[in-house]
Design a protein around this ligand. Structure first.
Ligand SMILES: Cc1ncc(COP(=O)(O)O)c(C=O)c1O
Length: 377
């Protein structure tokens, strides 16, 4: 059987990885400034992560959500304390799209309404409701287009109020910092305005922190730069350092009932072991402070490069904007310099999503390679 051919592939076959370095089947070393699309948080094959998952799979990898699972409680306790949301509750699932799917469903149950306000250039995943609030008609099939969604530009609070006044909106969903779209973000005033309007019109504010969460922005959640408390926060990616785990943090104002949400695989013993290893390591190794230090160093180095027209993003969720499309540059970074980077809807943006353990030495290697390639253009 062949694979359903939906991914354009680079001709590289990674077979192992350690911290920020990925090794291919020929033994070539690649510097990972892509983190498998913002997924690797505590570094590839971190020893705490490897031993925690190995011990768990050898003991009990999975049962179901119909029995007691103290690992879920341990993860919820640690995540609540570390993220600053100890009074929120946690629903566990397996992916970012599933997290948003459940966030939107909960908002709709709670308000008994259906229309959603989302933002231009947003990305929230590829399942039914999540893709319908994603601003990309190419990945929305007719079945997804049945969900009522209104897309608005970022930072136009008056337009949001005009829509909420109509009384049929269940949720506003927004990324902490836009990922796939190209690192645009709401201003502090805009986020504050959204919080106020959602309270005034009894609409659920959903912060999609699937990519910007788990320390990547330099705070645990990117919205914490804006001093707001969303009603629901969705998570995935860095939460499991590669193990599929996602979740939503839910404000105490929502009441749960049996059967309201559910999943077979979400919150399995193995997924919780991965999640606990990640949160323990983020805390023990003080990785948020590394994110802030390395972000400042990266930005200072980027500013020295005249071809870089704009530096976007926060923490280690960064983008370098050029006045040309970066497709060829990315290929050369991979094939000639052995460095992985990311792309965005904005074709002129080179995206940087390294593991949160990245060092100055790694950043120096990246810039030496980038400068050499830019001088050849
Ligand atoms: C902000 C955001 N939300 C949701 C998703 C979807 O996550 P997943 O691919 O795990 O379903 C992504 C994936 O890139 C994302 O960046």
């Amino acid at each position: 059987m062949k694979l359903f051919d939906v991914y354009p592939l680079y001709d590289v076959t990674p077979v192992r990885a350690k911290d920020c370095i990925v090794y291919d089947d020929k033994g070539v070393e690649y510097l990972d400034f892509y983190g498998g699309h913002g997924v690797i948080s505590i570094g590839h094959s971190h020893p705490t992560y490897v031993s925690k998952i190995s011990e768990q799979v050898a003991t009990l990898g999975f049962y179901s959500n119909a029995i007691q699972n103290p690992l879920q409680e341990e993860l919820a306790e640690k995540l609540g304390a570390f993220s600053g949301y100890p009074d929120y509750t946690l629903f566990l699932c397996s992916t970012g799209a599933e997290a948003n799917e459940n966030a939107l469903k909960l908002a709709s149950f709670h308000t008994n309404k259906a229309r959603v306000i989302a933002f231009e250039n947003s990305f929230h995943g590829r399942t039914s409701a999540a893709v319908s609030v994603t601003d990309n008609p190419k990945i929305n099939a007719p079945i997804n287009k049945c969900n009522p969604v209104t897309f608005l530009p970022l930072n136009k609070i008056g337009l949001v109020e005009a829509e909420l006044k109509k009384g049929d909106v269940c949720a506003v969903i927004i990324e902490g910092v836009q990922g796939v779209g190209g690192l645009d973000e709401g201003t502090k005033d805009f986020f504050k305005g959204l919080e106020n309007l959602c309270v005034e019109y009894d609409v659920v504010l959903i912060l999609d922190e699937v990519q910007s969460g788990y320390g990547r922005s330099g705070r645990f959640f990117a919205h914490q730069y804006h001093d707001i408390n969303p009603d629901i926060i969705s998570l995935a990616k860095g939460m499991g350092n590669g193990f599929p785990i996602g979740g939503i943090l839910i404000s105490p104002k929502f009441e749960a009932s049996y059967g309201m949400l559910g999943t077979t695989f979400g919150g399995s013993h193995l997924a919780c072991a991965a999640g606990i290893a990640v949160i323990d390591t983020l805390e023990k190794e003080n990785l948020l402070s590394n994110v802030n230090d390395m972000s400042a160093y990266f930005i200072a180095e980027a500013k020295k490069i005249p071809q870089v027209k704009k530096i976007k993003g926060k923490g280690l969720m960064l983008g370098l904007e050029f006045d040309f499309e970066v497709g060829e540059l990315r290929k050369k970074m991979i094939y000639d310099k052995h460095i992985f980077t990311g792309s965005a809807n904005n074709k002129k943006l080179l995206r940087i999503l390294p593991p949160l353990t990245v060092t100055k030495e790694h950043i120096d290697i990246f810039f030496a390679a980038l400068k050499e390639l830019l001088n050849q253009l």
